[in-house]
Design a protein around this ligand. Structure first.
Ligand code: GDP
Length: 497
């Protein structure tokens, strides 16, 4: 019977219109069904095909995940098999295959590479497992798949046979690029596992991951390990061939909400992180009529002084009507006791490693000790949860803080992000909003156009393959298929629109 192909979910539905499995019933993850009460309702339709693909994936993961006989068998075969000749024959009619993720770079990059890996796993019937090195994923996310775990077991007694995965890199003997470079067939069973190097420095051979012939060969490789610092999901839309194209277009009839849907499906804050999020929300956002999130990130490759960047933030937010221009003398306090009430209470949360931007903004909107000033009767209050100074992505608490702030950004009614920041991409994607993007500095100065309204809520794939599989030559990934364009915030990258 023909149902609607895609529907916008009912905002009160805790499963987000069927995106989330209804099968979780414990309190180990308070955020899973509660985040819906805090976020703006999604305006992005979810296809029934995506929903059924997710339910199918969940049952595959339950059948093949850690702790199952199928998993034990697959690990045993991996352990026993330096090469194909010693691989014990399969004792079951059904073999599971796996995709093993490894952490690279900061949490934003990690969330985006996990999401891209998950989309790849959905497309290729692999089971996604996360290799957490040094416990940096501990107490960060809830388990996304009912009745199973997505964490690769790494206990003493069942040590994973592929050792030192964090040291895999370009040119490794088992890397797809090296195998292709030697002219060998990646699916030729020389090894029960392969490594895909999908990091920004990948070479022409590694990039053939995004070609249909390499994909056909990889289907015969039971264990695929990858490293990536990128949102490579758009690259999967570049793989030529009917099979993937058709499946992707059925899952995502609108290509521009891939991370929005998969991100909200996968990343539920652990109870510890959810505690931080709800405390911040209560303190900053709960009483506001309008919530603005501003994410400020500085990069060594795009130097700009703090004053110059502050000026850019002001120019952007005031020019675009995100924040009011304060008028001297006009004082409307957020909590005035003279009986005057502001027309609108606006709460601004700045997230940044540095405190000075929010301090200056707060100062500007504070004319007396009463509260906030503004124009047009709007009262603006400015907050910042943390200013940690520097990135320390190996530390548990640091990552918990970062994730809590990304989730909080996702509760905004308007978001301002920094060009090329994956931290910002996660916030905008969870919010389901096209952000106002603070464009990168030019010669250490704010550009003339301080910010642009992004054309899509999708993250940018910073290092696309730029490889034409048919011609076996360089190509421009931004001109190959209809729904993929160069990114505005990072022109060498591409994104789904
Ligand atoms: P990107 O470098 O902007 O693409 O984002 P990533 O998330 O990959 O890496 C930056 C890392 O620095 C984050 O994961 C955090 O660990 C830290 N960081 C950067 N900005 C902030 C921030 O506003 N708040 C917090 N708590 N941490 C931040």
């Amino acid at each position: 019977k023909a149902g609607p192909l895609a529907t916008v979910p009912d905002p009160r539905d805790p499963t987000l219109g069927g995106l989330l499995s209804p099968d979780f019933n414990d309190s180990s993850c308070l955020s899973r069904y509660r985040a819906v009460l805090y976020r703006r309702p999604s305006l992005h339709a979810i296809s029934s095909h995506l929903i059924s693909a997710l339910r199918r994936y969940e049952s595959l993961h339950r059948q093949c995940g850690p702790g199952t006989p199928a998993y034990a068998r697959a690990v045993e075969r991996l352990r026993a098999a330096p090469n194909a000749s010693t691989t014990p024959p399969s004792s079951s009619s059904f073999d599971c295959s796996y995709l093993v993720w490894n952490p690279v770079e900061g949490l934003g990059n990690r969330i985006l590479s996990i999401t891209s890996g998950f989309l790849y796993a959905l497309l290729t019937d692999r089971v996604l497992l996360l290799h957490s090195s040094g416990g940096d994923l501990d107490d960060l996310f809830c388990e996304p798949f009912p009745g199973s775990t997505w964490i690769l077991p790494a206990g003493d007694k069942d040590d994973f046979p592929i050792r030192d995965m964090e040291q895999l890199g370009q040119g490794h003997h088992e890397s797809l690029g090296a195998v292709l470079g030697r002219g060998e067939d990646p699916g030729g069973a020389a090894s029960p596992w392969l490594y895909a190097h999908l990091v920004h420095n990948y070479d022409a051979q590694d990039r053939r991951f995004f070609c249909d012939d390499a994909q056909a060969a990889l289907r015969r490789v039971p264990w695929l390990v990858f490293h990536s610092d990128n949102y490579f999901a758009p690259g999967l839309f570049l793989i030529p061939g009917e099979q993937h194209e058709r499946e992707l277009s059925r899952m995502f009839p609108r290509r521009d909400a891939v991370f929005h849907h998969l991100g909200r499906y996968l990343f539920h804050p652990s109870n510890t992180v959810w505690g931080m999020v709800t405390r911040y929300h209560e303190e900053y956002f709960a009483k506001a009529d309008e919530r603005v999130g501003i994410q400020v990130r500085t990069f060594g490759w795009a130097p700009i002084s703090a004053d110059e960047l502050y000026g850019q933030i002001l120019k952007c937010t005031q020019r675009e009507g995100i924040l009011p221009v304060p008028v001297p003398g006009e004082v409307v306090a957020a909590n005035a006791d003279d009986g005057r009430q502001p027309a609108k209470r606006k709460a601004v949360v700045v997230v940044s490693l540095h405190g000075e931007y929010s301090e200056k903004l707060r100062e500007m909107y504070r004319k007396d000790n009463n509260g906030s000033t503004t124009t047009g009767g709007e009262a603006v209050s400015v907050y910042q949860p943390t200013h940690l100074g520097a990135q320390r992505s190996g530390e548990k608490e640091h990552n918990q803080q970062a994730f809590a702030e990304m989730v909080l950004l996702g509760f905004s009614d308007a978001v301002v992000t920094t060009a090329a920041s994956t931290f910002g991409y996660v916030g905008q994607g969870l919010a389901g909003l096209r952000p106002w993007v603070l464009m990168s500095p030019v010669d250490e100065k704010a550009p003339d156009t301080p910010c642009r309204h992004a054309p899509t809520i999708e993250p940018c794939f910073h290092s696309p393959p730029n490889y034409d599989c048919r011609a076996k030559a360089e190509g421009d990934a931004g001109r190959m298929v209809r729904h993929i364009r160069h990114c505005e915030d990072y022109p060498q990258g591409v994104q789904l629109v």
